[in-house]
Design a protein around this ligand. Structure first.
Ligand code: NIG
Ligand code: FE
Length: 387
């Protein structure tokens, strides 16, 4: 395998607290790194770099681990910009627009869906994302959801079955039968291509008992658990996620102190999605409050057409700092290592020796430029180990 030395790195963020300045981010100045196609082989001072087959000159720029975006809904057709305009006029978000995307997605053929997803994947990659979770949930029929997970599978190993995103329009008056479909034939049709199962457990979506029923069916089909919770109200999703040892509970916009206490004593990550608050004019959860309570936090885009059409992880970092009380280091950690923990992965989100060679070279001397120059094109090159 070819080896490559990345030389002349102004600031290397390893996320390994045993190296460099021994902070959360394990920073090394004037550093170098050697990788092969798959793995990080060496990190250290620039003047001690071992020989390699090839060299890449970072030109004094910073290098960070690739972002791990642990929450996206990338497979959909159509758009809902008129809802966005209504949100900006002050109309509240209640998840009710999901049906519009379901109708458009059902109409689209596989080629169209594949193309639309590819475009979003490329945008995320250009923003520095090297691993992305992708959910189904915009078809809500057996064959349709199977089609969405199989399109998602073309782009990611981290695919989530989200048949319980909303009640399918055919079942609005028969919740019980829809849940039987989701936990029976739909789950059977989707389990092969999915690693995860998720439920939108919230006001106007599925309640805690329904969500438990769906997740327990997922467990029986060997899927692992994640959950949309506490986005629209303090509705019990966080407690359920902890009870079932879900890898992550996502949104957490409205949480109480008992939720934070439970999270801090669990293996469940709180994934905050500030794109959704930004987009729906909802209050931001305080990331400071989560961190001070000892909760492990991830940050993700929640890229979807209704509540967060965001394909930029740097924007998410900016929001976490500007609106949620995080330091840059805490935000960057949450968007890399935090995302990895939310996917129960230890091979990504950091650049220790042995980690996957997924990293970004910035055209700025310090990683903080990602947030310091909002809307700027700070990510210069994205390197990603082939899957
Ligand atoms: O994560 N909360 C539920 N699902 C998505 C939004 C879905 C939509 O409005 O299309 C979310 O915000
Ligand atoms: Fe979501």
């Amino acid at each position: 395998m070819t080896t490559r030395a990345i030389v002349n790195i102004g600031e290397l963020i390893t996320n390994d607290p045993t190296v460099g300045d021994e902070t959360l981010l394990g920073r090394l100045s004037n550093a170098a790194m050697v990788v092969n196609d798959q793995r990080v082989l060496w990190v250290g001072p620039g003047d001690q770099v071992p020989d390699a087959d090839e060299q890449f000159d970072a030109d004094g720029g910073a290098v960070i681990p690739g972002f791990v975006d642990s929450h996206t809904h990338l497979v959909f057709a159509g758009e809902r910009s008129s809802e966005f305009e209504a949100r900006m006029r002050g109309e509240r978000y209640d998840g009710g627009g999901i049906g519009r995307t379901v109708a458009a997605t059902r109409e689209a053929n596989r080629g169209v869906l594949h193309e639309a997803t590819l475009r979003r994947v490329r945008e995320l990659r250009a923003s520095g994302v090297t691993t992305m979770e992708i959910k189904s949930g915009y078809d809500l029929t057996v064959d349709g959801e199977a089609r969405l997970v199989s399109v998602a599978r073309e782009f990611s190993d981290e695919v989530t079955f989200l048949g319980a995103h909303s009640l399918a329009p055919e079942y609005v008056n028969d919740r019980g039968r829809y849940l039987e479909l989701v936990t029976g034939p739909m789950l059977d049709a989707c389990a092969r291509d999915a690693r995860w199962i998720d439920v939108f457990c919230d006001r106007g979506a599925f309640d805690v008992d329904e969500a438990r029923h769906v997740l327990e069916a997922g467990l029986r089909a060997d899927l692992e658990l994640r959950l949309h919770g506490n986005q629209l109200g303090d509705t019990g999703g966080v407690a359920l996620a902890v009870e079932l040892d879900a890898a992550s509970v996502d949104h957490c916009t409205f949480v109480n102190d008992a939720d934070l206490e439970a999270l801090s004593n669990s293996n469940t990550v709180a994934t905050l999605l500030p794109g959704a608050e930004f987009f729906t004019q909802s209050p931001y959860p305080s990331m400071r409050r989560f961190l001070d309570a000892g909760v492990t936090v991830a940050l993700a885009t929640d890229c979807n057409p209704g509540s967060s059409y965001v394909t930029s992880m740097p924007l998410i970092l900016m929001l976490a700092m500007r609106e949620m009380g995080a330091t840059f280091d805490e935000a960057l950690w949450a968007a890399t290592c935090g995302g990895a923990q939310a996917l129960r992965r230890d091979d990504i989100g950091h650049l220790s020796v042995g980690a996957r060679a997924d990293f970004c070279v910035l055209n700025a001397p310090r990683a903080v430029h990602l947030a310091y120059r909002p809307g700027g094109m700070v990510v210069e090159r994205v390197f990603s180990a082939p899957h």
